[in-house]
Design a protein around this ligand. Structure first.
Ligand code: NDP
Length: 326
């Protein structure tokens, strides 16, 4: 098996020299075990902060993949079936079934399996739970989402449109802004070229925002909070703008805005609602089949390009979900 090892903890933005491609001998599967072959691997922002807290130098990079069962001594996972596996950045792995999620048996032929890492996988679940469980978004409300052309953000905007809301999104290139308009966002802007974030937020929704789906964090958050309506709700999903910082974030936090506007802010991780995953994945699949969710993917070819795909995603190369096809 080929594996990508984290040779050195990231300092600042990841570098090629932080990774090493290694060959690993695999044992024959024993009773209850299967041999997996990776088909698609996911590259996600969480790998950057989690590498610090969940990994040691020398470990295989963490991550999720869609894999094909190529040998099986576990009747629950027959040869030729596909699973979602959390075995990390490896081309092959021997696993017992405990941590494997079978791809739903009714997965349609015309839906790419890679969507199990995107719209019909973790990013899709994140979008739904942020909107429904955390924000409680209601028809007719106005929602702001940043990193809006990415895996989670592009789904957040589309789901909010399904729910009859006004949606404003920000992203880092004009091509991404055009993509957001194609998806049906009411307003979209390029945060890198906007001369004033405050002005552009005011113009996009002069009456303010009921809900804010926060993926980015950093200084721009404080500006967005000022544009919330009274009793606005904020779902803190991610903070990608600070993941590569070498010194921890410090204040100032806009407490007065929180108080005067009586805002409600809640951080969340999609895993909180694990018991709802099967039902939520079915709903996401139905939206995809009905054409209500467009699922753009940014596909990098070749397992040897995993680090490049990961670093590219962190710096914004992707429109839609970033995945690697082996
Ligand atoms: P994306 O597909 O959105 O990819 C990351 C994007 O972040 C890039 O394309 C880039 O787009 C944007 N970005 C990078 N740096 C900055 C910056 N400094 N300021 C603004 N935007 C930046 O990733 P995901 O959809 O997978 O994840 C989006 C967010 O959601 C992340 O913060 C992630 O950690 C979080 N998340 C949280 C989960 C949870 O359970 N809480 C689960 C999954 C994701 P651009 O060109 O627009 O800058």
């Amino acid at each position: 098996a080929k594996t990508w090892i984290l040779t050195k903890h990231f300092e600042g933005f990841p570098k090629n020299s932080d990774f090493e491609l290694k060959l690993q001998e695999l044992p024959e599967p024993k009773d209850g075990e299967v041999l997996l072959e990776a088909v698609f691997l996911s590259v996600d922002p969480y790998m950057r902060p989690f590498s610090r807290v969940r990994m040691h130098e020398g470990d295989v990079m963490i991550g999720t993949q869609v894999a094909k069962v190529i040998q099986s001594k576990n009747p629950a996972f027959p040869v030729g079936s596909h699973v979602v596996s959390r075995c990390g950045w490896r081309t092959h792995a021997v696993c017992d079934g405990t941590d494997l999620i079978p791809i739903m048996p009714e997965w349609p032929q015309d839906v790419p399996l890679s969507l199990a890492l995107g719209a019909i996988g973790m990013p899709g679940l994140t979008a739904v739970y942020g909107i429904e469980e955390v924000l409680g978004l209601k028809e007719g409300e106005t929602l702001l989402v940043n990193a809006a052309a990415g895996a989670v953000g592009s789904l957040v905007g589309q789901i909010a449109k399904i729910k009859g809301c006004k949606v404003v999104g920000s992203a880092g290139t004009d091509a991404k802004v055009a993509f957001l308009k194609e998806l049906g966002f009411d307003e979209a802007f390029n945060y890198k070229t906007a001369s004033s974030l405050e002005d552009v937020l005011k113009k996009a929704s002069p009456e303010g925002y009921d809900c804010f789906f926060e993926n980015v964090g950093g200084a721009s958050s404080a500006v967005a909070l000022q544009q919330m309506k009274n009793f606005g709700r904020i779902a803190v999903c991610g903070s990608i703008s600070v993941y590569n910082d070498t010194t921890p974030q410090t204040g100032p936090f806009p407490h007065l805005t929180m108080i005067f506007k009586q805002l409600k802010m809640e951080g969340f991780m999609q895993s909180r609602w694990e018991h709802k995953h099967p039902e939520t994945l079915k709903r996401l699949m139905a939206w995809v089949k009905e054409g209500k969710l467009q699922c753009r993917e940014h596909v990098t070819k070749g397992f040897e390009n995993m680090p490049a795909a990961f670093m590219g995603m962190l710096q914004g190369d992707n429109i839609g979900k970033a995945v690697v096809a082996v």
